[in-house]
Design a protein around this ligand. Sequence first.
Ligand code: PEP
Length: 257
Amino acid sequence: MRKKIIAANWKMNLTHTEAESYFATFLSEIGQVVNDLEIVIIPAFTAIPALISASEKMPILRIGAQNMHWEKSGAFTGEVSAAMLRALYVKYVIVGHSERRTLFGETDEIVNRKVAAALEAGLRPIFCVGETLQERDGGQVEEVLRRQLSKGLAGVAQKDLLEIVVAYEPCWAIGTGRSATPAEAQQSHSFIRTVLSELFGSPAAERIRIQYGGSVKPENAEDLMRQKDIDGALVGGASLDPRSFAGIIWRTEAALA
Ligand code: PEP
């Protein structure tokens, strides 16, 4: 049984004081969540300390980071290391988000170094993969996913695989309001599990969690979360409103019922 994981990627939004008031509203909206879910909030670096202390009020909540450098320390102006995040009690870090790949030139090799560095430091990578619209239209979905998975996870030991959460995020669905249909998403998730099974063996592939990301909102969350190979959601835009993020969590609970 894979525990569903619902994560909020706030991107470059919300100051630390805005994060505190978000959290107060979120806490009152969310009330009593049954314990079969994991909830992660992934703010900008500056809001991490405030949210770490706020999260003590909600034991199933984890705090993540949106990025990190793969080196341990050194002359890398503007960067943050995995150890710095661990020292703040951060649990998860997003690696390979399509915005990092397209806007900041992150290659599969860079993503792979970050995955390795995160694991070495005891952080759990939320490792994002997904095709562009052009690649989908060109019939390359499987080829792209296979490449991103095999290169991004190269060298990962089988015992470490379950520390990783894979996020399938088709680029054409991110921030566009156009989500993949539950059937489209399920098809890609099932393919991802097949590739993981080839790379790491079937028992590990059956246990690893694969989140869907791309225009998830309360209205479409339940149908997506009912799919056999969808183990949670990585939510961008809709997570900026604490009521709508709480709504996604409630719809996920409904899908589990
Ligand atoms: C994301 O950026 O990870 C994402 C899924 O964004 P949105 O929910 O806004 O499509």
